[in-house]
Write a protein that binds this ligand. Structure first.
Ligand code: PGA
Length: 229
């Protein structure tokens, strides 16, 4: 299983250090096959040591330059960051990242050989229209994306389940993952949306779920490690 912690706009550099120290103590007993990723805010990026991979939540598709407020490859290279989240629904929605922009970012970081966790997900009004509408919406989020890229991990995150405390049902995850797996073949497929200690066993046992992308329940090292162990 893959366990990815997305801190979003939470934690400082100091609290990320404390978090990683606490997590490292727990991870000494994790199964060797399990893989852990942590996506802290950019201000807390560093060369942390431990049995996990540090990734960046977002970056601008350039080495460096005049892109006020953004970070590029030069800033990621400083900490050897080679993993990025792309296409998260919060960036698509609040930062107005269109599919075209997302695809440009994807192509740039693919070219750089980054491991990409690529997020897709539908809003509630699409889910309410039925499964066919859901799949049409999700597949459109692969427009311009090379789904055969070797370092690709896909994360299916229904928007209505993110941060709401209410995850999708086993049935919803299972049917959606089965359909997505047919498209992305052997690529790992994560589920995201209110994954937490109370539902991780159920979610992890669903066929086609290779891991979870966790927001709220990852903010506390104890809660995140409970999910992993
Ligand atoms: P959540 O967030 O676990 O708080 O629902 C998941 C995500 O947005 O990656």
């Amino acid at each position: 299983m893959i366990y990815a912690a997305n801190f979003k706009t939470n934690h400082t550099r100091k609290s990320t250090y404390a978090y990683i120290k606490a997590l490292n103590e727990k991870l000494s007993v994790k199964k060797p096959d399990d893989k852990v990723y942590i996506f802290p805010p950019s201000t807390a990026l560093d060369r942390y040591k431990g049995d996990f991979t540090i990734g960046v939540q977002n970056a601008y598709p350039a080495y460096n330059g005049a892109y006020t407020g953004e970070i590029g490859l030069e800033q990621l290279d400083e900490f050897d960051i080679k993993t990025i989240l792309i296409g998260h629904s919060e960036r698509r929605e609040y930062m107005a990242e269109t599919q075209e922009k997302v695809a440009v970012k994807f192509a740039f970081f693919q070219e750089q050989g980054f491991e990409i966790i690529y997020c897709i997900g539908e809003p509630l009004e699409i889910r309410e229209k039925g499964f066919e509408a859901v799949m049409k919406y999700l597949l459109a989020q692969f427009n311009g994306i090379d789904i055969h890229y070797e370092n690709l991990i896909v994360a299916y995150e229904p928007i209505w389940a993110i941060g709401t405390g209410r995850s999708a049902t086993v049935e919803e995850i299972s049917t959606t993952h089965r359909a997505l797996k047919k498209v992305i073949n052997s690529k790992p497929l994560l589920y995201g949306g209110s994954a937490k200690p109370a539902n991780i066993k159920e979610i992890a046992s669903i066929a086609g779920v290779d891991g979870v992308l966790v927001g709220s329940a990852s903010l506390n090292a104890e809660s995140f490690s409970q999910m992993i162990l």
